[in-house]
Ligand binder design. Structure first.
Ligand SMILES: *[C@@H]1O[C@H](CO)[C@@H](O)[C@H](O)[C@H]1NC(C)=O
Ligand SMILES: *[C@@H]1O[C@H](CO)[C@@H](O)[C@H](O)[C@H]1NC(C)=O
Ligand SMILES: *[C@@H]1O[C@H](CO)[C@@H](O)[C@H](O)[C@H]1NC(C)=O
Ligand SMILES: *[C@@H]1O[C@H](CO)[C@@H](O)[C@H](O)[C@H]1NC(C)=O
Ligand SMILES: [Zn+2]
Length: 439
């Protein structure tokens, strides 16, 4: 997915950054294209690989039910012409991307006022970090702040650990690695909030029973850039000549550059000069390795409403694939209860595209984490990365429902049980038994 819109916009971006104003997407539009057959998919793939300036928000993979394409006003007519000519169905879901951007309310979080964090708006990096610090101060017995790494521009990658005591199994949550996927940072913050404030029995039990490590913004430089300069930015901000950025979810050291990644720094899926070449992935991966045995790892992305299972290099079921497929499908059933939102569960290579070098493949392969999923949150191409603020809360609620159900289902399949707390108890019982028999 060479992002040629970005290429052609480089000049504009450098001009606007001189003016300190974000790039405007006036009259850019979003097409939701619905291919009927393999021939349509092939045509769309050719279009993606041609020299025309379209930004494919989703890829024309063989299993694609829809393909989201953003076009500048200049190339819009040509796109319509191309689709009509080949009889490919489409609708323009957003005729003016800038209008959708303007509608994305960004609120201010006020230090020491937890009520000023709400779920009908987005927040910038410094506000998310201040809120996390306030949460840690408000719940000092269970919450500790941690720094999981550092970015190219020397920003800290921050997170919260929620723990009601030692010896618990670990659930690790990472979000925001692709900076334009704003709903994912909000979902991670919501999970933190629920684990600390919910009065729901299952949620309280989930908070008590596990050590949670939650990182809302894994790509802080990119996230800042989406606020200050270019809303559709995906990568980090490391310069390569006149180009910028490595796709951090193609830079992990597992099947690096094997598929679905690019060697071209101008591309939106540039894998970087080498595996773990980026400070973000290097520091984050060593932090993840350092926390100990992780039992469940969740990575949040958007959009398409998918629950993805490693690996990204093959459609073959590897390891406990069938268990994780069953666990995931049931949890997506739980997700649908509240608002009827439908997710599809499947292998990464099958459901989305062959894509390697992502975090979930690395934790699965190198840390042998038993339960690993990558979410692609709402929606299905109506608004894409620009999910309207009135969908933030529903999205977060249903995602939280599914996380709680993932825990239930994983336990039913024999995961997440026992643990060192259980071991300690059985050790004490054994000791008592030995002492009793000596008696
Ligand atoms: C967007 O399109 C409208 C209607 O065609 C036009 O009036 C307006 O000038 C355009 N805006 C920009 C910034 O190009
Ligand atoms: C984030 O937003 C707050 C207001 O909510 C503002 O004061 C602050 O300067 C912004 N920070 C950045 C890094 O843009
Ligand atoms: C929550 O747990 C409490 C105490 O165990 C119990 O009395 C209550 O019925 C539970 N509520 C629900 C909705 O299960
Ligand atoms: C895909 O990657 C996994 C993990 O690295 C590996 O075990 C497997 O052999 C690979 N499969 C193929 C077909 O390359
Ligand atoms: Zn993503």
């Amino acid at each position: 997915m060479a992002n040629r819109v970005l290429l052609s916009l480089t000049l504009f971006i450098s001009l606007t950054s001189v003016l300190c104003e974000p790039f405007r997407f006036d009259n850019f539009s979003l097409f939701k294209v619905v291919p009927d057959d393999a021939h349509h998919i092939k045509l769309l793939q050719d279009l993606q690989n041609s020299d025309i300036n379209y930004d494919f928000w989703t890829d024309p993979v063989p299993s694609a039910e829809f393909v989201s394409i953003m076009t500048s006003p200049m190339n819009k007519v040509a796109l319509e012409h191309f689709l009509s000519l080949h009889g490919i169905k489409y609708e323009i879901t957003m005729p003016n991307i800038q209008e959708a951007i303007d509608k994305e309310t960004i609120k201010t979080y006020t230090r020491n006022n937890l009520r000023s964090m709400s779920w009908d708006a987005y927040y910038n990096l410094s506000d998310i970090n201040i809120w996390m610090a306030d949460m840690a101060r408000t719940y000092p017995d269970v919450v500790t702040e941690f720094v999981a790494g550092v970015s190219y521009e020397h920003r800290q990658i921050k997170g919260l650990k929620i723990s009601h005591g030692p010896g618990r199994k670990i659930i690790f949550v990472e979000a925001g690695m692709h900076s334009r996927e704003w709903i994912t940072m909000s979902t991670a913050c919501y999970i933190i909030n629920e684990l600390l404030t919910s009065t729901d029995n299952d949620t309280m039990a989930a908070a008590r029973d596990f050590d949670w490590y939650i990182i809302p913004v894994a790509n802080p430089d990119g996230y800042v850039w989406t606020h200050t300069d270019f809303r559709m930015w995906r990568k980090n901000r490391r310069p390569f000549g006149t180009n910028f950025g490595v796709d951090l979810n193609r830079n992990w050291n597992n099947n690096w550059l094997v598929s679905g990644a690019s060697t071209n720094p101008a591309s939106d899926i540039y894998a970087g000069p080498g595996p773990f070449s980026e400070p973000e992935t290097r520091s984050l991966s060593s932090f993840i390795r350092s926390v100990g045995d992780i039992d469940m790892y969740l990575s949040f992305h958007s959009f398409s409403q998918l629950l993805l299972i490693p690996f990204g290099n093959t459609t073959e079921p590897v390891g406990n694939y069938h268990d994780t497929l069953n666990i995931g499908r049931r949890a997506m059933g739980a997700l649908s209860v509240r608002y009827g939102t439908q997710y599809v569960t499947g292998n990464i290579a099958e459901a989305i595209y062959q894509a390697t070098g992502g975090s979930v493949d690395w934790v699965k392969e190198h840390l042998q984490v038993p339960i690993v999923y990558c979410y692609e949150l709402r929606d299905r191409g109506q608004f894409g990365f620009l999910l309207p603020t009135d969908q933030i809360l529903p999205n977060n609620e249903e995602a939280m429902d599914s996380v709680i159900d993932l825990i239930h289902q994983a336990r039913r399949f024999g995961y997440l049980s026992g643990g060192s707390v259980g071991l300690q108890v059985s050790f004490i019982l054994m000791l008592v038994g030995v002492l009793a028999s000596l008696w």
